[in-house]
Every structure is written in C-alpha cells, then in structure tokens.
Design a protein around this ligand. Structure first.
Ligand SMILES: NC(=O)C1=CN([C@@H]2O[C@H](COP(=O)(O)OP(=O)(O)OC[C@H]3O[C@@H](n4cnc5c(N)ncnc54)[C@H](OP(=O)(O)O)[C@@H]3O)[C@@H](O)[C@H]2O)C=CC1
Ligand SMILES: O=C(O)[C@@H]1CCC=N1
Length: 279
C-alpha cells in the first residue's frame, strides 16, 4: 500500500499514526522540519492511513518493515506499549545495523525502557521520550533520555523533533516513569479539573457555556501567570485569598476533600503503572 513517494529520500518514519503520532507528524511538517515527501507512516487501519495520506500528503504503508527498510534518519515509534513486542518480532529479519544509513530510533512508549528498546534494535541509537498531548498545539513538554549508541547528532535530531511541539527537558532514565505520571498523563488531570470547575459553576447557577469559558480561561490564565512571572504557586494562592473571603472558604473544602493529596496519589499511581508497563 505504499505509493510512488517510496522512491524519494525518506528521512522520517512514523510507526503508529494515532493521537500522539499525528500530533508530532502535523507539527513536524507544518514547521518544515521534514517535508511531507520525506515521511512514511505505518498503520494497520487502512481508513486511518487514507486520512493521514490525504491530510499530510505522506507515503503510507501497512507494513512496518517498509518503514525500517526505507528510513534514513528517524524511526519514530508511537504505538501502544502492549504492541511493542510484536513490532520487535517483525524486526528479526531486517538487518538494520548494516543498512547504508542506520536510523535513530525514537520511542514515546510509556514504560518501555531503553534496555528493552536496545535489545530489539541491537546496537542502534535509541532515544526514549515522553511528550504530552498539548504537543498538538505546540505547547507540549517532552522529557528525553538517550541510549548507549547515541551521539551528539542524534541528540540534536531529537531536540529538533520535540522542540517543534513544545519544550524539551533531559532526564536520566530512572526518572522517565515519574515524568510519564506527571506531564505525560497530566493533561488528563487538568482536563478533569476544567470539567469539574465548570460543573461547579453550573451547580452554582451559571449557564453551561459561560461556566465552560470561565473554567477554561481561569486554568489557562493561571498557568500563563505562573509561567510568565515565575511566581511560586503558593504565593499566587496567597494573593487570591482575602482574609475571611471567598477563596479560603473554597480552599478549606478542597483540603477537606483531599484535593492536593488526590493529585499526588494520581501522579504516583500513574508512575507505578508506567513501571509495570515496562516489565
Ligand atoms: N496519548 C498520550 O497522551 C501519550 C501517549 N504516549 C505514548 O504514545 C504511544 C501512542 O499512544 P496514543 O497515540 O495515545 O495511542 P493511539 O492508539 O492513538 O495510537 C497508536 C496507533 O498505533 C497503531 N498501531 C497498532 N498496532 C500497530 C502495529 N503493529 N504497527 C503499527 N501501528 C500500529 C494504532 O492503530 P489501531 O488504532 O488501528 O490499532 C494506532 O493508530 C503509547 O505508547 C503511549 O504510551 C506518550 C505520551 C503521551
Ligand atoms: O495513558 C497512557 O498510558 C499514555 C502515556 C502518557 C499519557 N498517555
């Protein structure tokens, strides 16, 4: 199911064109990091492939081995961690190391450690990364850590790829599960917060549309204020909280319900799940 773009120089191969794969793909092409003629995407679902081909004018295939065979710069793995062993199995017949241009492998799979990646991609440069969904709008944050066979050039490629979708931090691999529990999964926690704030507004009598707008802009504005001023969150909380006023009444309820502890436990549980996925 590949098309005539196969004959061109393919630099970037995406395996798994789902939510995160598409988020990265769209920004990399929009930012001109890769031209659509330099990209191939592999996916099992033909309707999804048709969509990606039409939307981004990239080469597509249902055969992952085509990606490994053709790509010269980056193979980007964006499948579910549970699919990883099947994909590793598909590699057994491909001599990746002795290709004319061995690619850099970038994996965003939650939990899957460099040791497993390097066992599948023997002696190849591998970078493990954890982006998040705000990458879709260029406001993501990605943590990366590098495998044993990477060099400065690979490092620069990964920085360039993830800078196209937001901020990049480097961490040691031992911290990747914690990153996954915080910023990888975090957008879902924040989405829950926005939804619950709006529900609170509706409960207090606001029309739904106004409540949604107030909730979203409050979260967005607060994040922007903290980001731009570098103010500590506790200081901002103190500034909003008038003695005997409304905010302290709300905070007292949050504390009673274990709001902060719930978030801490959420990050810890997601971290532990990331650790389990790698076993
Ligand atoms: N979503 C998020 O916020 C984040 C996700 N991640 C990581 O990114 C990865 C992808 O997550 P996400 O984008 O949410 O998941 P999706 O399910 O949206 O994307 C995975 C894609 O891979 C496809 N796929 C399934 N099997 C294969 C295969 N054998 N070969 C090629 N493609 C295949 C799926 O197709 P089909 O649907 O037909 O099965 C799907 O389109 C995960 O490992 C996750 O841990 C990392 C950071 C954040
Ligand atoms: O829920 C998950 O497993 C993935 C990893 C981080 C965000 N989503």
């Amino acid at each position: 199911m590949t098309d005539d773009k196969q004959s061109m120089t393919i630099k970037f191969g995406l395996i798994g064109g789902g939510v995160m794969g598409e988020a990265l793909l769209s920004r990399l092409i929009a930012r001109g990091i890769y031209d659509s003629s330099e990209v191939i995407v592999s996916e099992p679902l033909s309707s999804r492939l048709d969509f990606l081909k039409q939307q981004y004018n990239v080469a597509v295939t249902t055969d992952n081995s085509q990606v490994f065979a053709q790509v010269r710069e980056v193979v980007f793995l964006a499948v579910k961690p549970q699919v990883f062993s099947a994909i590793a199995q598909e590699l057994t017949d491909i001599d990746l190391l002795n290709k004319e241009h061995s690619p850099l492998i970038i994996s965003i799979l939650a939990g899957v450690p460099l040791s497993q990646l390097e066992a599948a991609f023997v002696q190849l440069p591998v970078i493990r990364a954890m982006p998040n969904t705000p990458a879709t709008v260029g406001a993501g944050i990605t943590a990366i850590c590098s495998g044993a066979y990477t060099n400065a050039k690979h490092h620069q490629i990964a920085q360039q790829v993830f800078s196209a979708v937001g901020e990049v931090v480097e961490v040691s691999e031992g911290l990747m599960d914690a990153v996954t529990g915080l910023s990888g999964s975090g957008p879902a926690y924040v989405a829950l917060l926005v939804e619950a704030l709006a529900d609170g507004g509706v409960s207090a009598g606001l029309p739904r549309a106004i409540a949604n707008q107030l909730a979203l802009q409050t979260v967005l504005g607060t994040a922007k204020l903290l980001h731009e001023t570098k103010m500590h969150p506790a200081e901002l909380k103190d500034r909003v909280t008038s003695p005997g006023g409304t905010t302290i009444a709300g905070i007292a309820k949050l504390e009673q319900a274990g709001f902060r502890s719930a978030l801490i436990e959420a990050v810890k549980a997601a971290t532990e799940r990331s650790q389990e996925l790698g076993k």
